[in-house]
Write a protein that binds this ligand. Structure first.
Ligand code: FES
Length: 113
């Protein structure tokens, strides 16, 4: 038997997420930045900017670099791959990424652990 150890929590209605705009949410005490890309994909990453340590990533600029959907820090503009959290500008810097999904009744859920 395979146990699903992730605990998904309802965060907000999908309609609340505008394409390419971030939303900050507190999920089980973890500050999360939620994004919906123009392709309709949902991503959840840590809201804390790893460089400045400010909780601002939800105000970042959504874009893409090559195949990678990205968010740029609103402070120092480093670009992060939303799929992996890897900073594409500064090697070794990462954002935490959290599994996100949309339920059949259009609620966005995130698992922070
Ligand atoms: S740390 Fe605040 S703008 Fe750079």
């Amino acid at each position: 038997m395979i146990l699903d150890v992730q605990t998904f929590q309802a965060v907000c209605p999908l309609a609340r997420l505008e394409p390419n705009r971030g939303v900050a949410a507190l999920v089980d005490g973890v500050q999360v930045a939620l994004f919906r890309t123009s392709e309709g994909e949902i991503f959840a990453v840590g809201n804390q900017d790893p460089i400045s340590h400010a909780y601002v990533m939800s105000r970042g600029i959504v874009g893409s670099r090559g195949d990678a959907p990205t968010v740029a820090s609103p402070l120092h503009k480093q670009v992060y791959d939303l799929r992996t959290g890897d900073c594409l500008d500064v090697p070794g810097v990462t954002l935490p990424v959290y599994p996100a999904r949309v339920t059949d009744d259009a609620v966005v859920e995130v698992a922070v652990h």
